[in-house]
Design a protein around this ligand. Structure first.
Ligand SMILES: Cc1cc2nc3c(=O)[nH]c(=O)nc-3n(C[C@H](O)[C@H](O)[C@H](O)COP(=O)(O)OP(=O)(O)OC[C@H]3O[C@@H](n4cnc5c(N)ncnc54)[C@H](O)[C@@H]3O)c2cc1C
Length: 399
């Protein structure tokens, strides 16, 4: 196992760092620094397009479908530099989730239709898995699709569908058979959001913002040619996708950049008080978190090293998801704590970099409360951490 970066990898890091620094538009960087969740759809699309033209939009895809051909270590370096440069989060539903499903299991026509528009960012996707009563127990889902000639007729409801109101297409799990074992009666469909009978209703979350939705299907007609793989085998494709989602959620590079921000906040001198970083209790807590993050980083590097050696990572994606999200939440909490009473106000208006609204929060703290509230959900989405522990206990401990 090699845990040192080679001279070639260090040169690669420099190349990535320079390109990102020179090309990321200033107004987007400023928005990411202020409140990453509030980068507009048009700016996200612009950045997606720029990365697509550079050929760096889908490092994890095979080269033949538009990937970079980088080694896992190069991808890791890229991710680190990407976060450190304050680049915006890209929509993961196409690039990380359904894209890999399409190039792995899709027909040549599906690949031709969907992969280029995912890479260019022209078409946005959302994920129609969860339903009321079917979250952790996803296989109990009830949205049904009945075959009528060359079409499926879909009826039912999805919930917690992130960004469905921005999406052009949805990938959805639907039930095509009641008879078989519940996992066997599920089919994976690609559905155009403009299809008649499909309705999106907003859910406003605790931060007062609109990311989440309910999606209703009433006699939505979907061509059979939009089915991924075989009818009734959707569970296999769904699980493949979830593995990709979980590794991404661990977010080591993102947490490293947050740790840096925490240190910057803690170093601020406030009138009449010494900087928080001088406080031994605070400093000890922060150091402990840094140690946990470093341990996670090395676990991820070890996994990358195993991947490079052709070994399967199996349930380790679940381990990364649990640790990564716990650390991210602890960092968010510490940042809000470090703000003291400045952490209290929550001002939606000030979260945009171009806002003229006056903030009661110093610049270095704007957006922290939003991030804190939003990422409370990180231990829930992508499969709750309790459920990930079940996976680990089964797959690793054999319980
Ligand atoms: C911000 C956010 C964004 C989301 N985006 C999407 C999206 O885009 N698309 C989508 O399809 N879904 C999305 N989800 C839904 C998410 O995947 C589900 O919320 C999650 O799978 C949990 O399901 P549930 O909410 O039904 O909770 P439940 O499954 O009802 O779980 C409730 C509690 O019981 C625990 N629990 C359940 N079963 C077990 C068990 N066997 N052992 C131990 N504990 C258990 C859970 O850990 C949890 O604490 C999103 C959720 C959030 C919060």
């Amino acid at each position: 196992m090699q845990l040192q970066f080679t001279p070639e990898e260090q040169a690669f890091r420099q190349e990535v760092r320079s390109w990102l620094r020179e090309n990321l538009p200033t107004h987007i960087r400023e928005q990411v620094e202020r409140a990453p969740s509030y980068v507009s759809k048009s700016d996200t699309k612009l950045w997606n397009k720029m990365l697509g033209e550079k050929g760096w939009i889908a490092p994890n895809w095979p080269k033949e479908y538009g990937g970079t051909g980088w080694t896992p270590t190069q991808k890791y370096i890229y991710d680190e530099e990407y976060q450190a440069a304050h680049c915006p989060r890209l929509s993961s539903f196409g690039l990380t989730m359904v894209g890999p499903v399409i190039y792995t299991f899709g027909t040549p026509e599906q690949k031709k239709q969907h992969l280029p528009s995912i890479l260019s960012g022209d078409i946005l996707w959302c994920q129609g898995y969860s339903e009321p009563g079917s979250g952790s127990d996803l296989a109990s889902l009830r949205t049904r699709a009945e075959r009528q000639g060359d079409e499926y007729v879909v009826n039912g409801q999805k919930i917690w569908t992130s960004h469905a109101h921005h999406a052009d297409w949805i990938f959805a799990l639907v039930r095509t058979s009641q008879e078989a074992k519940k996992q066997e009666g599920i089919t994976f469909l690609l559905i155009d959001m403009k299809t008649p009978g499909l309705e999106v209703r907003p859910i406003i979350s605790i931060d007062g913002h609109h990311y989440l939705n309910e999606v209703f299907f009433t006699d939505v007609r979907v061509p059979v040619s939009n089915r991924i793989g075989e009818e009734g085998k959707g569970w296999t494709y769904a699980k493949f996708l979830l593995g990709k989602e979980r590794t991404g959620i661990a977010g080591v590079a993102k947490s490293k950049s947050k740790l840096q921000r925490l240190k910057n906040i803690a170093r601020q001198e406030r009138s009449g008080e010494t900087a928080l970083i001088q406080d031994p209790d605070f400093s000890a807590k922060m150091t402990e978190l840094e140690i946990r993050l470093t341990a996670l980083e090395y676990s991820q590097l070890r996994l990358l090293s195993e991947e490079e050696a052709g070994q399967s990572t199996g349930a380790k994606a679940s381990f990364l998801k649990i640790r990564g999200t716990e650390i991210e939440q602890a960092l968010n909490e510490m940042m809000v704590d470090a703000m003291g009473w400045y952490g209290m106000p929550y001002e939606l208006d000030t979260l945009r970099a171009d806002s003229n609204a006056e903030s009661a929060v110093p610049d270095y703290g704007v957006g922290l409360m939003t991030e804190h509230l939003l990422r409370r959900a990180a231990t829930i989405y992508g499969g709750t951490n309790e459920v990930q522990r079940n996976i680990i206990s089964k797959a690793v401990l054999g319980l």
